[in-house]
Design a protein around this ligand. Structure first.
Ligand code: ADP
Ligand code: MG
Length: 350
């Protein structure tokens, strides 16, 4: 398959490195040279010094068959989600989103009316998040739809928050609740399979509005950024939860050169998520840790802020920051401690 292989040169499958290993590998020799490039690769958005403020820039690509399935994802929702997931990365820097550009590649099976629907979703999201669509690119693709959104945002210089600022003894706080988007996806997949077997059957999605909404129409955490601003709190570190809590905990810990311990009984899970997980015979905690697409925010603040967060339903203190020598740990409900891995926790190791 590979061109290099044809020439007898040793090759490495991408799967051997994984997504983050691949990014590290490809970018290890990239150095930023311009003084205005304050933060390059390695955070939720790049940070550029444009004078009074910092400009934030981030890109996210959504690919048909990988990130979405048009048999159950309405195009309007897809448009909305394409913007929301990018706004989420600007929130993760404690910033405010301002503009997007939109790159589209689509196969000829898409009609103008279908793309109108998609753009209606883009428009609604832009309106909701106060973002302007200021450009993009349109081209054809041989298979399916590809959406690439680049977002620009801004933040006052003193308020920018990186993944790398967590300090030992910080509280680790998560917004909203977790695992719902993943269960929404499981539900949609199940109904799709049943429909394939019996096309006359109507999908049964009743009572599951919340998880479906979390999957089909996720929202970025602008309200939490505003609350933090009103509380006059700038977190020490922050990341958005796009890949599951455990993966993001590991990113924060690695960037900040600290360890993080979280407690199973603190992880916020909505009761409808809980019920559906039981129906699917899944552990809801596993859905929260490795499910992904919740687009909540995970941040750390110093212990002095404990009183401001302990009773607020929007925020849950899930753990605390330790020295890096302590590693990343998951304390189960029974009190046992396990190593946290990108997939969840390793129940085999103490
Ligand atoms: P997020 O999940 O917040 O969107 P990613 O995990 O996609 O972030 O990316 C991690 C970091 O790697 C970001 O700083 C991103 O800009 C950078 N990155 C991702 N892909 C590439 C690439 N192909 N080339 C250069 N930098 C990249
Ligand atoms: Mg992110």
């Amino acid at each position: 398959m590979s061109l290099l292989e044809d020439k007898g040169i040793n090759t490495t499958p991408i799967s051997k490195l994984g997504e983050f290993g691949l990014i590290d590998h490809l970018t290890k020799n990239i150095k930023v040279k311009n003084a205005s490039s304050v933060k390059g690769i390695g955070d939720d958005a790049a940070v550029i010094d444009v004078g009074d403020k910092y400009q934030l820039i981030s890109t996210d690509i959504l690919v048909e068959g990988v990130h979405f399935d048009l048999s159950y994802m309405p195009l309007k929702h897809l448009g909305y989600k394409s913007v929301a997931v990018n706004v989420s990365d600007i929130c993760a820097m404690n910033g405010v989103a301002k503009q997007i550009t939109l790159g589209l590649a689509m196969s000829n099976r898409f009609t103008v009316e279908a793309l109108d629907e998609f753009y209606e979703g883009i428009r609604l999201a832009c309106e909701h998040y106060g973002v302007d669509l200021v450009g993009g690119d349109t081209t054809s693709s041989t298979s399916g739809l590809m959406i690439s959104v680049t977002i620009l945002g801004e933040v006052e210089k003193e308020n920018v928050v990186y993944r790398s600022g967590a300090k030992v003894n910080d509280l680790v706080i998560c917004t909203g609740d977790l695992g719902a988007a993943y269960l929404g996806l499981q539900l949609l997949n199940r109904e799709k399979e049943m429909f394939k077997e019996n096309p006359t059957m109507q999908p049964d999605l009743s009572g599951n509005d919340y998880v479906l909404k979390r999957q089909l129409k996720p929202e970025a955490g602008i309200k939490y950024i505003k609350i933090l601003k009103d509380l006059n709190i700038t977190p020490n570190s922050m990341i958005d939860i796009s890949d599951g809590l455990s993966s993001e905990i590991l990113h924060l810990a690695k960037s900040s050169k600290v360890g993080i311990t979280i407690h199973e009984d603190k992880i916020p899970i909505d009761y409808t998520t809980m019920n559906l997980a039981n129906e699917f015979n899944m552990n809801p905690i596993t859905c929260a840790l490795s499910g992904g697409e919740d687009y909540e925010l995970l941040f750390t603040v110093s212990q002095g802020h404990y009183d401001k967060f302990k009773k607020d339903a929007d925020f849950t203190i899930v753990g605390y920051v330790t020295e890096s020598s302590e590693g990343n740990n998951f304390i189960a409900k029974d009190g046992t401690s396990h190593l946290l891995t990108a997939q969840g926790w390793d129940a085999m190791k103490e």
